[in-house]
Write a new protein. Structure first.
Length: 217
């Protein structure tokens, strides 16, 4: 297993290095410089609090092409009734805090540690991470956050306090950015995002899109 040097920001090339089940490296830190560099390479941190930092680049990769989003008839009705309102970067801290506290089926804890939260809050302060908020009667009822790398949005986590809130927020975001984004990186499979049109693609295809995007920036 490739162990990172805490004094040097570097990773093995995910295009040629295939770790076990997508695990690329272990160790390092969550400095904003390292995290930002990792995402530009297609690598992301994912580990349980109290454990060593694990860095991943799975194959295949779960992504959504914005023009291929699927919107059900029921969701179209909800959106047309203006049940929710949406904002961007209005309250990043509350969105990520709610993502940390959200209960998830089959999970007893959270991978979103305080250290991870602080890293993304700093990335937000530098204009590299963004949040989408979903409101109902002036109450924050859903949202998600992630990193934007040029024309690729790397989604991290979402939450919903009422039915369909996070789904509505995601659809609104994708529909509003169809002509600005080439790809939304969903990282790992969920039924929720698959129902919205996310698909598995080979890691090499994902990295090709990401690298092409990096060259244009």
């Amino acid at each position: 297993m490739f162990r990172l040097d805490e004094n040097e920001i570097s990773f093995p090339d995910p295009e040629v290095y295939d770790g076990h089940e997508g695990l690329i490296a272990i160790g390092g830190d969550l400095s904003i410089e390292r995290v930002w560099f990792a995402y530009q390479l297609g690598i992301f941190p994912w580990f349980n609090p109290g454990e060593e930092i694990l860095w991943w680049c799975p194959d295949p990769r779960f992504v959504l092409f914005p023009h291929e989003i699927k919107i059900s008839k029921s969701m179209r009705k909800i959106l047309s009734r203006n049940v929710f309102t949406f904002s961007e970067n209005r309250n990043f801290r509350e969105v990520i805090r709610n993502c940390q506290q959200a209960s998830r089926k089959g999970q007893t804890g959270t991978w979103l540690s305080d250290e991870m939260m602080e890293s993304f809050i700093k990335l937000h302060e530098y204009g590299l991470a963004k949040s989408i908020e979903v409101w109902q009667n002036d109450e924050l009822v859903g949202g998600f956050y992630g990193l934007q790398i040029g024309n690729v949005f790397c989604g991290e986590s979402m939450f919903a306090k009422v039915s369909n809130a996070s789904k509505a927020g995601f659809i609104h975001f994708v529909e509003s950015n169809k002509d600005k984004l080439d790809l939304i990186d969903c990282q790992s499979h969920t039924d929720h995002l698959e129902s919205l049109g996310a698909v598995m693609i080979p890691k090499k295809e994902f990295l090709k899109i990401l690298h092409k995007n990096n060259e244009r920036r």
